[in-house]
Design a protein around this ligand. Structure first.
Ligand code: ADP
Ligand code: ZN
Ligand code: ZN
Length: 719
């Protein structure tokens, strides 16, 4: 309690990048006023100095322990809209103020020492470069040649074989320069929109100056991107900026090029693989308004924008929009909140919308716009289900037959298997020993070419054992097939046909994947085998056959979201087939071919399937029918985790919340920690928002809290 008698002083509440639950108070600098909210400041913190962000002002009792802000680095760097977004996000997701600094300031601006920007990321040939007489500098001439068709990123140039020294020389001579985010080029005309696309566009543009959330539900290849681009064009013409959020894996040079070509300007790109200098440059270009189109992954939702006009969230159902550590926010949901605060429209697009967004559409909070036909002349793929019962192979003979047929007709084939590595299980046929992770409740995956066992949950690795460690049996067996094994099997079965594996092991770098996509688009017959990376949004017109190998695990998962994810993956994979001129075919393998969910998927479309799932969620009182928050605790000793959750449950204020638990996480032990959770459910989201912040603050003072790692997860997507 504040002592009314004592003198009060005005302080700045400063968020500093430390994992503590509260902001810290500082007095104005020794010679100066309190900097306004949004200012970037340098403050003493224990023995250190840190860069912090002023969240607001307050009056507190005068005290000797209060310190002065050492220096104001930037006055009101962050505008009030963004601070308000942050305030709401913090209240909603209950994250520490230190995370706020990480979300709002790029790394370069969090450093105590001033940051020196490196060479620009995107390079373009200058007028001087166009006219330059390069003489005998062959390497420089080469780079200029590469840049003539259009700007390239530094990484792309290095990749092609340009050296950093050559780039520096060209920069110094002024023959190449930063591809300014505002550089305009000729606009490539797009196709004429069909009537469904035109209707969608008309609705979006009708509310171009006010907040409204549109759910653009259009089957794969129905021309959603064309709708985004035309809406973006209309708002660009009015001088507004466009923010496009995409899933992590969706951010490919192909997408960027398409956006740039159709909008006639270069896009500023923001994601976690950029260097600090590149991130800073994008952050500044977005904030100054110089970048008129910004494309980024979830963290781009916190970019400053000068004149925002439209936000687009592509593949809005994608799991990568939810951050799974630190500030556990959902990029899509914050984008909606931001559009609301800014008073601008937002378009959430997907062929397989999340149940959350569909529920919001049903409730009238979002407006659903549907595109039910494929754009142009492409028809949806023909579906069939193969019964895998009684088969001891990972690919049904009829599937192999279909692959052969499609390759013979010069088609490309896409095989989806959501499991990387060679085989999910290594087992001893004599004694039944299996290779398990010592720190997780899980088998280790065999990675044969690397000669290693790997745990896909904690990352633990060890060498493949030459014989059974229990009984010495020299001949160990593998069960099941991951992408690595399928690649081998397909290569053996179809010699002479290129087989490309697409997963995190084979595509370690972003540009490897996009180069492969470029090659595939040339259209030579080939087989693609891969994980989720393949299922997402890519336009591969040469693919005529797509197949999903194994859906059975998801049908019986304990995770209530598993069927939704399954339906999304299946429809996305099916949607890769037949996007060009030739008709497509889609094959699903299952040992449960008459499972009602599969039957529903095959009988109706994704939206019909999703409606049924949504009814089930309502009947079971699960999200999105109710709001769910989860308090998670993990400790080496499972008892400790449970004790903390039990105490936490006891000090919840009496209310109409439904509280369940502690219940074990599906994968209970991971990385040596036993993980438990408390489920908090309420019919009204407001009920949770009302109770949780105070409760979470109180939890920090529980003695049990110090013996566990814990956090609150609002709208959790992993259980
Ligand atoms: P989505 O984003 O829904 O997957 P795209 O916008 O990528 O679909 O469109 C798929 C393909 O169809 C692209 O090659 C695109 O150029 C083309 N396309 C889109 N709209 C039309 C249209 N109205 N007429 C002809 N082709 C179109
Ligand atoms: Zn054995
Ligand atoms: Zn493990």
């Amino acid at each position: 309690m504040r002592d009314r008698g004592a003198d009060v002083v005005a302080v700045a509440r400063v968020a500093v990048p430390v994992p503590l639950p509260q902001p810290f108070d500082y007095l104005a600098p020794a010679h100066g006023n309190l900097p306004p909210p949004g200012s970037r400041v340098l403050v003493p913190f224990g023995p250190r100095r840190l860069v912090g962000l002023v969240l607001g002002h307050a009056e507190v009792a005068e005290s000797e322990s209060l310190k002065h802000i050492e220096r104001v680095l930037d006055v009101a760097l962050i505008d009030s809209d963004l601070l308000e977004l942050l305030r709401r996000a913090r209240r909603y997701y209950a994250f520490a103020p230190g995370e706020a600094v990480n979300l709002l300031l790029p790394g370069a601006l969090r450093r105590v020492k001033p940051f020196r920007a490196g060479p620009p990321d995107r390079l373009a040939i200058t007028a001087m470069g166009q006219a330059a007489d390069v003489g005998r500098a062959r390497r420089q001439a080469e780079v200029l040649e590469w840049l003539k068709p259009g700007p390239m990123t530094r990484a792309e140039l290095l990749d092609r074989g340009a050296s950093a020294a050559v780039l520096r020389k060209l920069l110094d001579k002024g023959w190449i320069g930063s591809a300014s985010a505002a550089a305009e080029s000729a606009v490539e005309p797009g196709p004429e929109l069909n009537s469904e696309q035109r209707t969608a566009l008309a609705f979006i543009l009708a509310s171009r100056y006010r907040y409204r959330t549109f759910l653009l539900a259009g089957i794969t290849g129905s021309g959603k991107t064309e709708v985004y681009l035309q809406a973006a064009r209309a708002l660009l013409r009015r001088g507004r900026q466009i923010l496009i959020l995409v899933p992590e894996i969706g951010l490919t040079p192909q997408l960027i090029r398409r956006v740039e070509a159709r909008l006639g300007l270069s896009a500023a790109v923001y994601h976690s693989d950029l260097s600090e200098g590149e991130r800073l440059a994008c952050w500044q270009a977005a904030g100054s308004g110089q970048a008129r189109v910004v494309i980024g992954t979830r963290s781009a939702v916190f970019l400053p924008l000068r004149r925002p006009g439209l936000i687009i969230v592509d593949e809005e159902h994608d799991a990568s929009f939810k951050q799974q550590d630190g500030a556990r926010y959902h990029g899509r949901d914050l984008a909606v909140m931001r559009a609301h605060l800014l008073g601008i429209p937002i378009v959430l697009g997907s062929a397989t919308p999340s149940l959350e967004s569909l529920n919001n559409a049903t409730a009238g909070r979002y407006q659903q716009l549907s595109i039910t036909r494929r754009a142009g002349t492409a028809e949806p793929a023909r579906w069939s289900v193969l019964d895998l019962r009684g088969q001891r192979v990972s690919m049904h003979p009829a599937l192999l037959g279909a692959i052969e047929r499609h390759l013979g007709e010069a088609g490309q084939v896409l095989i989806y298997r959501n499991r990387r590595g060679y085989a999910p299980v290594l087992i001893c046929p004599s004694c039944g020993w299996t290779a398990d992770c010592q720190r997780c409740d899980a088998h280790m995956t065999v990675h044969q070419s690397a000669g290693r066992l790997q745990c896909h949950h904690c990352g633990a690795e060890r060498r493949l054992p030459p014989r059974c460690p229990e009984c010495g049996e020299p001949e160990l067996h593998t069960l099941g097939a991951g992408t690595e094994r399928l690649e081998q099997q397909l290569q053996a079965r179809f010699p002479g046909v290129p087989v490309h594996r697409v997963d995190r092991d084979s595509m370690r770098r972003r540009d490897q994947f996009s180069r492969l996509l470029t090659e595939i688009r040339r259209g030579q017959p080939c087989i693609l085998v891969g994980t989720q990376m393949l299922a997402k949004g890519h336009h591969l017109p040469g693919v005529t056959l797509a197949a999903v190998l194994d859906v059975d695990q998801a049908l019986f998962s304990a995770d209530f979201r598993a069927p939704e994810r399954l339906g999304q993956a299946v429809c996305q994979v099916a949607g890769r087939a037949g996007r060009g001129r030739r008709p497509g075919e889609f094959i699903l393998q299952s040992r449960q071919p008459e499972h009602p969910l599969l039957a529903e998927l095959c009988r109706s479309d994704y939206l019909g399937f999703a409606r049924r799932l949504l009814e089930e969620r309502h009947a079971a009182a699960l999200p999105p029918a109710v709001a769910l928050a989860m308090l998670r605790a993990e400790a080496h000793d499972p008892k400790r985790a449970c004790e903390f959750l039990e105490s936490a449950a006891r000090c919840l204020p009496r209310s109409d919340l439904r509280v369940q638990g502690p219940v074990p996480a599906i994968l209970t032990r991971r990385g040596g920690y036993s993980r438990f959770q408390l489920w908090l459910q309420a019919r009204e989201r407001q009920r949770l928002l009302h109770l949780l912040p105070g409760w979470v603050e109180h939890l920090h003072s529980l003695p049990e809290a110090r013996r566990v790692r814990w956090h609150l997860d609002m709208d959790p997507t992993e259980i």
